[in-house]
Every structure is written in C-alpha cells, then in structure tokens.
Design a protein around this ligand. Structure first.
Ligand code: ZN
Length: 298
C-alpha cells in the first residue's frame, strides 16, 4: 500500500500522511497557535502556495516519500481549477493542480496532485474513519461557510451551502452574494454580519437564556439546515447524513429531527439517519489523501 499526503487549506493549513486507507493520526498544523483560525484568509495566492509547500516539506521529512498529494480547498473545483471560492477569494480562477505541481517539483517531489472541494474531502475522511468507505454518505460542514460533501465523489457542483432555504428578500448575508442561501443564515461569517453586537457563541448562549431575538434565530438556523437536508433527501433519497465543522457545537440534533419530521412526509424517504460528529482536521486531511490515492490509481 502506498503513502499519500493530504492537505487541508482554509484559514489554516493542516497536513498529514496516510498509508493505505487508514485515517491519518498525526496532523501538522500551521500556524502553530490553534486559536489563529483566519490569519491566512488575507494571504495572497503566491504566499499561500509557498506556505503549503513548506508544510509538505515538513510532513514528508517525518513520513518519508509519498506517492500522491491531495489538496482540499473551499469552493468549486473542476479539473484542477478553483472556479470560485467565496471564503478564500484569492483562490478564484487559480489553476491549483498546475501551481502545486510546479511548487512541489521545486522541493523534488514529482507525484500526481489532486485538488478537491474541502467538504468532499471531509466526506471521504468521515467514510474512512467511521467505516463507510463502501457506502453512500452525505456530510454538512458547519464553519465559516457551509459545505456539502458526498462520498463516494460524484462529478457535479454540489454547492449545498448555497441552496435556497428562504424566499425572504432580506436574507442576503451569504458570502457569495446570493439571496436566501443556507450559508447566509448558518455560516459563521454570515452570523457575525447579522449580529454585529454579539459573536455567534453569545447568540446561542443568549438563546439558551431565553433572549427572544436569539431564540428566534436559533430556530431559523435549525429549520434552514433541516430544509437543506430535506431538499437533498427529496432529490437523492434518504440515507445517512453527518454534521461536522467547528460550529457543530451549536447543533441540537433533537431540534433538527423535529423540523425534519415536519418536512419529510413520504414514507419511502423517511429512513434517513442524522449524526453529529466532532470536527477534526484529520477528516479533511485523510479525505484529501484518499482522493489523491484513488486519482492516482485511475
Ligand atoms: Zn451563497
């Protein structure tokens, strides 16, 4: 079994190596300070690629040579090009596979490179970690943006975070600029824009304490996720959904299920399962590495 290196690039860089399809157990983080979650958001593209290259060098010094490299990034990725990335805007239009190949060649690493959407990488990582590599699963990642990933990967756009969950014309906080989007309600960035006077943590805490405005919002947050999940079920059938990302801490599964029951009434599609799992950066790293390995095998 070969070795494959996975990279998860968001506001931070996480890197790790897997052997076979065993989930990654040792993830190297950059920056070192775990609370520094968004210092890379303003780093220009060339600088980002340089930082990624340095992390690859760091990881391969520990692991030895690898046979493939997978890079997971937020946004729409097709044929190695990041077509759009509202949450890491400097990536928009970048031919990332080519750029990475050239960068890695500079450190003597000449291997196949795969670039994929971060939520798809998380889905592959979840499948590996939770024993579902041979099953169809869908994953929602609740973070700065809202990601939707599928395993096994199927070609398509799959920007589930931008599906429309409300026709209220005032709902325009989504980073992509579209109205009524799921991410415009649930995304961390969007919540900050909506509640200029409090952080998302305070919104959820105040809702628990009974603050009416916050209670109303927390209901909307859960109803929106139920709507998006329900839409996916009505299009592609029931099955297992995982919820993760750093804001999965706000998710009340009981409330989500309550709204899902209101939205899904046809019996053949009521056998869905919803599960919340903690967000570990090893999920996306593992998934990116697995995707790279499979791409290499094609
Ligand atoms: Zn959007």
């Amino acid at each position: 079994m070969g070795k494959s290196l996975g990279i998860f690039l968001t506001g931070r860089i996480a890197t790790g190596v897997i052997e076979g399809q065993t989930p990654c157990t040792s993830v190297i983080q950059y920056p070192d300070d775990p609370d520094d979650t968004d210092s890379l958001l303003d780093t220009p593209l060339d600088g980002l690629i340089e930082l990624v290259r340095a992390q690859v060098l760091r990881a391969t010094r520990e692991s030895g040579p690898v046979d493939a490299v997978g890079l997971a990034v937020p946004g729409i990725v097709r044929d190695g090009v990041v077509e759009d990335s509202p949450n890491l805007i400097q990536l928009k239009g970048a031919r990332m596979v080519d750029r990475m190949r050239i960068a890695l060649k500079g450190i003597g690493l000449v291997v196949p490179v795969t670039v994929l959407n971060d939520a798809d990488a998380v889905a592959a990582g979840v499948a590996a970690k939770y024993g579902r590599l041979d099953k169809f699963i869908r994953v929602w990642t609740l973070g700065y943006g809202i990601g939707f990933g599928r395993h096994p990967y199927t070609e398509g756009i799959w920007e589930g975070g931008h599906c429309v969950v409300t026709l209220d014309a005032g709902e325009m906080y989504c980073g992509c600029g579209g109205r009524g989007h799921l991410e415009g309600i649930m995304g961390h960035r969007a919540m900050r824009l909506r509640f200029l006077d409090m952080e998302p943590e305070e919104v959820f805490a105040n809702a628990k304490a009974g603050d009416e405005r916050c209670v109303k919002f927390v209901r909307l947050w859960h109803r929106s996720l139920a709507a998006a999940t329900s839409n996916s079920i009505h299009m592609e059938g029931a099955g297992r959904f995982y919820y993760t990302g750093f804001n999965v801490r706000f998710l009340d599964l009981k409330l989500l299920k309550h709204y899902l029951q209101q939205m899904i009434k046809m019996s053949p599609i009521q056998n869905y399962v919803v599960e919340a799992i903690p967000m570990d950066e090893d999920l996306a790293v593992t998934g990116a590495a697995i995707a790279a390995m499979h791409a290499e095998g094609r």
